[in-house]
Design a protein around this ligand. Structure first.
Ligand code: F6P
Length: 359
């Protein structure tokens, strides 16, 4: 048996722990393991395919990033090809990928990725590729799994930042607006905001009214609290408005979301007259060592992926359905994107504590 591993989309702390667990579980069964570099680029002649052994994965479980590297511009079904005039066309290179995998004697694949990679896996599976998936994203927006690895690390990074902002906000009687990642899901903002005692949390799932945000800040001021902390998910938007995006994306890339913190900070300062600063936490959330929770979850996913191959669960994703790891058909996972439920108990508790969602 010869299997191949690939990591696609934005990286997440814990990927190396999945790779290590999958390699060791496979090697201990007497299987051979290949690593496809940079998403699927290694199977399109754009990067390497390497042998992964016990030695290759020694001491990597605690390291951030991915030893296989990653890309969010490598969808083999619409691969961007640069033309002589500098423009790009998107080409379906899936047949080439499948032929290269066949020539390398790859019997099955493990694809680690978010919803973009899951959709690629679903389409490859429909073409006969024997593939299982491991859900990966700091955003935690993959359905059918309680959580994805990388999320806990990102939340802890955001909590650390908010704790630091608290002290300087208080010293200067300022409003500080922190933007965190998550695309169209507000899980990082909600979890980090509630855990660190933010005053306002803004989510894509609960459109905001800037007037309500300012009312909360003014109410704190009247109660003798001269500073406020606003945690905003990058995908948050005003009622009836749209998400902020940053410039054009590169060919083959999803639109980049971001910039809402700056807009909100300016509006808060204009309306309340309070000195307001904003910052974007950005890729710090994707870097660094995975937390113990993420390391264990990633390791469990890696082991489960190899078991899923042994059980021929093609087209399935491993998932945490506490307390167990199960497998779920990718089609079911992709049916409904996972978002924060506005009536979720975490939101209810936050409201009960006096946190405003700006609605
Ligand atoms: O999906 C993970 C994520 O980190 C999002 O939260 C964020 O919007 C995006 O990736 C950033 O992508 P890039 O690395 O292309 O800037």
């Amino acid at each position: 048996m010869r299997i191949a591993l690939s990591t696609g989309g934005g990286d997440a702390p814990g990927l190396n722990a999945v790779i290590r667990a999958a390699v060791l579980s496979a090697v201990n069964r007497g299987w051979e393991v290949l690593g496809v570099k940079r998403g699927f680029a290694g199977l399109l002649g754009e990067d390497e395919v390497v042998h992964l052994t016990r030695e290759s994965v020694r001491g990597i479980a605690h390291l951030g990033g991915t030893i296989l590297r990653s890309t969010n511009r490598g969808n083999p079904f619409c691969y961007p090809i640069r033309q002589a005039d500098g423009s790009h066309v998107e080409v379906d290179r899936s047949d080439e990928l499948i032929e290269n995998a066949r020539q390398l004697g790859i019997d099955a694949m493990v694809s680690m990725g978010g919803d973009g990679s899951l959709d690629i896996a679903r389409r490859l599976c429909a073409k006969g590729v024997r593939i299982v998936c491991v859900p990966k994203t700091i955003d935690n927006d993959v359905a059918c799994t309680v959580t994805t690895f990388g999320f806990d690390t990102a939340v802890n990074t955001a909590i650390d930042a908010i704790d630091k902002l608290h002290t300087t906000a208080e010293s200067h009687d300022r409003v500080l607006v922190l933007e965190v990642m998550g695309r169209e899901a507000g899980f990082i903002a909600l979890h980090a905001g509630v855990a660190s005692g933010a005053d306002v949390i803004l989510l894509p799932e609960i459109p905001y009214d800037i007037g309500k945000i300012c009312e909360k800040i003014a109410a704190r001021e009247r109660a003798g609290r001269g500073f406020s902390i606003v945690v905003v998910a990058e995908g948050a938007h005003p009622k009836g408005g749209t998400m902020q995006t940053i410039g054009p994306s590169l060919p083959g890339q999803a639109k980049r979301i971001g910039g809402v913190a700056y807009v909100i900070a300016r509006e808060i300062q204009d309306i309340t007259g309070k000195e307001t600063r904003s910052l974007v936490l950005g890729h710090l959330q994707r870097g660094g060592m995975p937390t113990g929770y993420d390391r264990l979850l990633a390791t469990r996913f890696g082991g489960a992926a190899v078991r899923a191959i042994a059980e021929e669960r093609w087209g399935h994703m491993v998932a945490l359905q506490s307390p167990n790891i199960v497998t779920v058909p990718i089609e079911q996972v992709l049916r409904t994107p996972k978002r924060v439920e506005p009536g979720h108990d975490t939101v209810q508790t936050a409201r009960a504590l006096g946190i405003s969602f700006g609605d």
